[in-house]
Design a protein around this ligand. Structure first.
Ligand SMILES: [Zn+2]
Length: 307
């Protein structure tokens, strides 16, 4: 699932490619008349989608930003499109063709960017048409992504975002606040608390494993057994690992692709995530990466230097 670095990479891409563009239309094949409760007021709700379409058509994209794992596309009509890519979603920009018979979209034959033709980029379920003849599209194999529209002034108080903890890369987020927030969950495993977006926003399984490897802390260690010194180290390496993820253009071990349909490369820099059985890469460490289950999700750690 895209985490903070992947979502930031996409947001930066939207700002690079589509900022200042006017939306002429939107399309989806996910809207149905009577969606289940959790899809009401999203793109999957036909009545909502009709309102969405009329509200965003004609609006200009001011800029995109990020909150946790959510993409926020701010429009000049006091509304904001919120997109959570979930498991397999990613946004791309290019020239596309609509096939009326099939009710589907494919890359236009004149599109020069070959990366958009990557098989992982074929599952187009949401399209924003732009005045310059290009398109912002959402490819999503498993169709779990969430797309909705909110008044910009209400977005941070909406149920989508109001429970989010602080942004780990924000400058005014201090070590003191980091430690205090985690310590409220003293009897839980550290990995589980790091992944709780109401404690800190944006960290998922990949970056959680990687930062604990760097900090030398086992994923199952209880928060109450983490020392002052270790909190300080964890705070430092958390920022380091997330910034490295952004530098590498995100992680494409799974479906994630950037705005141009290209893979990121953080998957080549893993030290722990999905390296079960491999020797530890830490200098001088003779350990091996093991896998353990934490809160129904797998965690990967070195059996020697992580304690
Ligand atoms: Zn090790």
């Amino acid at each position: 699932m895209p985490e903070l670095p992947e979502v930031q990479t996409t947001v930066d891409g939207i700002n690079r490619r589509a900022k200042g563009q006017t939306i002429t239309d939107v399309w989806t094949d996910l809207a149905i008349p009577r969606p289940i409760k959790q899809f009401v007021s999203t793109l999957k709700d036909l009545a909502f989608y009709k309102r969405f379409k009329s509200l965003v058509s004609g609006a200009k994209i001011i800029k995109a930003s990020r909150r946790g794992k959510n993409i926020l596309i701010h429009l000049n009509n006091n509304h904001t499109i919120l997109i959570h890519m979930k498991m397999t979603g990613h946004m791309m920009y290019g020239v596309y063709d609509y096939d009326k018979k099939q009710n589907s979209w494919t890359v236009h034959k004149n599109e020069k960017n070959e990366a958009l033709r990557d098989p992982f980029n074929r599952f187009i379920h949401f399209v924003i048409s732009l005045k310059n003849g290009k398109y912002l599209v959402l490819s999503d194999t498993r169709k779990f992504a969430k797309v909705t529209l909110l008044k910009t002034s209400e977005i941070f108080d909406s149920h989508h975002l109001k429970n989010h903890g602080p942004e780990p890369l924000e400058e005014n987020f201090s070590l003191k606040e980091f430690a205090e927030r985690l310590r409220k969950h003293k009897n839980k495993p550290i990995k589980m608390v790091l992944l709780d977006h109401s404690v800190i926003a944006g960290i998922g399984n990949i970056y959680g494993d990687e930062l604990l490897w760097e900090a030398g802390i086992r994923p199952l260690r209880l928060v109450k057994d983490v020392s002052e010194k270790e909190f300080s180290l964890m705070f430092k390496v958390m920022k380091k690992v997330l910034l490295k993820g952004i530098d590498f253009g995100g992680d494409s071990m799974s479906d994630y692709r950037d705005i141009d349909g290209k893979r990121g490369s953080f998957q080549n820099a893993h030290n722990a995530y999905r390296l079960t059985g491999k020797p530890c890469k830490k200098k001088g460490c003779k350990g091996k990466i093991e896998r353990v289950v934490v809160g129904a999700r797998s965690a990967h750690f070195c059996n020697i230097h992580q304690r």
